[in-house]
Design a protein around this ligand. Structure first.
Ligand code: F3S
Length: 282
C-alpha cells in the first residue's frame, strides 16, 4: 500500500520540545514532577510514570516536590507558580513553548506600562490561565464575537489584545474588528501559532488526493475530531482511530493510497506503528 504521511502529524514543536526535556531529565536522576500532564496522552504519561515522573495537579501539591525537579509544560503557567516553586527552593525546568513565553512577556510588559490586557481565547484553557497570570493587575478573556461586542471600558484606557496560540485566526480577526469599530485605543498582537493551521491545511491536501485517510488521536481530543471532519469532507473513506489496535479496516479493493495524519497529542511511535501496519498489511 502506498502511504502518504503528513509532515505535521502529531506533536507540535513546543510539545515535542517539552516531552523531550522530560525524558532527558529522567536520565539525570532524582525525583521529577510535571506541573499538569506534560501532554494529554495517557500512553506518554504512563510511560513517564514508569520512569518515576509524577504529575502535580495544583499549587498545594508543590511542597511534595521539595528536593526534586518541577517541569513546566509547553502551555506555561501563571507567574505566581514560578515564584512559588522558587520560594520553596525547588529546581524548576521551564519547558514553556517559546511562542507562549513571548505572550507572557508581552502581557507582562504592556500591563506594567498601564495597558489593559484583553486575551482572545478560551477562559478555561490552562494556556489562557497562564497568560492571565503574567498581567500586572487584571486581564479580560473574551471567547466570542458577542463578548467582544458587550465589552466596555473607559475610552481613555489603552488596550493591548493578544490571543491564545490555538485560537481560530478568522474569528480572532472578526473580534479585533469589533474592537476597532468601538473606537478604543487598541494595540493588537497576533500571537496565534500556525502549527494547528499547518496541520489542518496539510491534512486537507492529503485527504483530497488519497483513496482512504486515517486520522489518529484521542477519543476526547477536539483538535483530532476537527482534523477528522476536515479530512472527511475531502475523502469519504476517512477513519478515526486511537492506536494501531483499532485498525481493523476493510479497505475496498480499489484503495491504492492511504493518507495518515494525527492530532496534536499523538506521539510519534503510535504514528509509526500505524504507518508500518498499513504499509505492510494491506
Ligand atoms: Fe505548539 Fe507552541 Fe504552537 S505549544 S501549538 S508550537 S505555541
Amino acid at each position: 500500500m502506498e502511504v502518504v504521511l503528513a509532515k505535521h502529524a502529531g506533536f507540535c514543536f513546543g510539545v515535542q520540545r517539552a516531552v523531550d526535556e522530560v525524558y532527558s531529565e529522567t536520565l539525570r536522576g532524582g525525583p521529577i514532577y510535571t506541573y499538569g500532564p506534560i501532554v494529554h496522552n495517557e500512553e506518554v504519561v504512563k510511560d513517564l510514570e514508569r520512569k518515576g515522573v509524577r504529575v502535580l495537579d495544583s499549587p498545594e501539591e508543590l511542597p511534595e516536590a521539595m528536593g526534586g525537579t518541577v517541569m513546566i509544560r509547553a502551555h506555561g503557567v501563571p507567574e505566581r507558580i514560578i515564584r512559588e516553586i522558587d520560594r520553596l527552593g525547588i529546581r524548576c525546568v521551564d519547558a514553556t513553548c517559546p511562542f507562549v513565553k513571548r505572550i507572557h512577556n508581552i502581557v507582562s510588559r504592556e500591563s506594567a506600562a498601564g495597558r489593559k490586557i484583553v486575551i482572545i481565547g478560551n477562559p478555561g484553557h490552562p494556556e489562557v490561565e497562564g497568560i492571565m497570570g503574567w498581567a500586572k493587575g487584571s486581564a479580560t478573556v473574551l471567547e466570542s464575537e458577542q463578548e467582544a461586542r458587550d465589552f466596555v471600558c473607559d475610552p481613555a484606557e489603552e488596550i493591548c489584545i493578544v490571543s491564545q496560540t490555538t485560537f481560530n485566526y478568522n474569528k480572532f480577526q472578526d473580534m479585533v474588528e469589533i474592537f476597532m469599530k468601538k473606537g478604543y485605543n487598541v494595540s493588537v498582537v497576533n500571537t496565534i501559532c500556525n502549527a494547528t493551521e499547518e496541520r489542518q491545511t496539510e491534512a486537507r491536501e492529503i485527504a483530497a488526493g488519497v483513496d482512504a485517510m486515517i486520522v489518529i488521536g484521542g477519543k476526547h481530543s477536539s483538535n483530532t475530531r476537527k482534523l477528522y471532519e476536515i479530512c472527511r469532507q475531502e475523502c469519504a473513506n476517512t477513519y478515526f482511530i486511537q492506536t494501531v489496535e483499532d485498525l481493523h479496516l476493510n479497505l475496498p479493493e480499489s484503495v491504492r493510497t492511504v493518507g495518515i495524519t494525527a492530532g496534536a497529542s499523538t506521539p510519534n511511535n503510535i504514528i509509526e506503528e500505524v504507518q508500518n501496519y498499513v504499509r505492510f498489511n494491506f
